[in-house]
Design a protein around this ligand. Structure first.
Ligand code: FAD
Length: 344
């Protein structure tokens, strides 16, 4: 580790990550003093601002959390922990109530009830959404504004965390870089507790729908500090990513499939049918995992396909990189200039 240029003392907890998870945790901990540290402006970066469809919760009159849990377990095809599924399904309506309380502008029906959409493997309409498919951006902005106005929350932006600080086998804070070029400084932020809310690791893959900062850096830091990392191969997959040679790949909202849209491809060989879309038999409307399993076979041989895409991700490689404390640095980190933007 290089020379430490500055030490910042944090009262209470230090939360790394200014997405929905970090901001929601900070608001839940209020009035306990909390510092939220992030690279970009809180609420603007990470997957949260990109989320489209909305959040699942059994809120409809014909719905209940047990049905939500059953649909989730069926979609998980043996991979779910039933206790966690039940916890999440049971708590979801209360968390939506929290978000409403913080000011999340969910879409409503003319009669005043919350509008519910249907998506993926859900048997009922239970997706709360904002302005159609702007749930992530709107909820993130709402939470960021609420956090900035909360006296117990300090928002620090423009800090790129690089390592947890460990002393006597305890995490005592983290090291972060701020500034750029010759002006880069290494800062130690000391706190009684550190909460990692750094999002996913989709951007470690050759093609992703996740933002480029979803590199699993928090997982890497935790692994190097001695944490046991569970299930890193569970990475978000969007069957409706559009493969047009861009990374991140643009995404057609998953709500399309929920409303009954099916996946098709054009024939890859010249034929009288050329140009007419072909359905992909066997691709179920709901379960992303089964769609994911079917895709490499269906896409093989399509003209113009690049070898590194089409589900050619290497979860094992990503896991190995994490467990060895390395992760591919294939993208330059953002240029940072730290500043205090919140109150407290
Ligand atoms: C295109 C897309 C559509 C989606 N649609 C939906 C949907 O409809 N419904 C749904 O429920 N979910 C959806 N998701 C998933 C959802 O967005 C994520 O599960 C959720 O936003 C994760 O929130 P988070 O706060 O954990 O992580 P993020 O929002 O990714 O936040 C991570 C934060 O950590 C910061 N960070 C990371 N590393 C560092 C570091 N080293 N130093 C400093 N800061 C760091 C980032 O800058 C960011 O502020 C979608 C995701 C994508 C990409």
């Amino acid at each position: 580790m290089n020379r430490i240029d500055n030490i910042v003392e944090c009262d209470g907890a230090l939360i790394l990550g200014g997405g929905i998870a970090g901001l929601f945790t900070a608001l839940k901990l209020a009035p306990m003093p909390v510092t939220v540290l992030s690279g970009a402006r809180a609420g603007s970066a990470g997957s949260s601002a990109w989320a489209q469809g909305g959040i699942a919760a059994a809120l409809g009159p014909d719905d209940d959390w047990r049905a939500h849990a059953a649909d989730t377990i069926a979609a998980g095809a043996g991979l779910c922990d039933p206790a966690i599924v039940e916890l999440v399904a049971q708590d979801a309506p209360a968390r939506i109530a929290d978000l409403l309380d913080y000011g999340a502008p969910f879409d409503h029906n003319p009669d005043g009830s919350i509008a519910l959409g249907r998506e993926a493997a859900h048997s009922k309409a239970r997706i709360v959404h904002v302005k159609g498919d702007r749930a992530g951006a709107e909820i993130s902005a709402t939470l960021a504004a609420r956090a900035a106005a909360t006296p117990s929350i300090r928002l620090l932006e423009g800090f790129h965390a690089v390592e947890l600080a460990v002393a006597n086998s305890r995490v005592i804070g983290l090291f972060a870089r701020t500034g750029s070029g010759a002006g880069t400084r290494l800062v130690l932020l000391r706190a009684r507790a550190v909460i990692l809310a750094t999002g996913g690791l989709g951007a470690l893959y050759a093609v992703t729908t996740n933002p480029l900062e979803s590199r699993g850096e928090g997982l890497g830091m935790a692994a190097r500090a001695g944490a046991l990392i569970a299930d890193p191969e569970f990475v978000q997959f969007h069957p409706t990513a559009i493969d047009i040679g861009r990374d991140p790949a643009p995404l057609a909202t998953e709500a399309l499939r929920g409303e009954g849209a099916t996946l098709h491809r054009r024939p890859c060989h010249p034929s009288p049918d050329r140009g007419r879309p072909q359905s992909l038999p066997g691709l179920p409307p709901g379960h992303r995992r089964r769609v994911r399993a079917a895709l490499p076979h269906r896409l093989r041989g399509l003209p113009g396909r690049r070898h590194r895409s089409g589900g050619a991700a290497d979860p094992g490689g990503a896991r190995r990189a994490l467990s060895h404390g390395r992760y591919p640095q294939r993208r330059a980190g953002p240029r940072l200039a730290g500043r205090l933007v919140g109150s407290r």
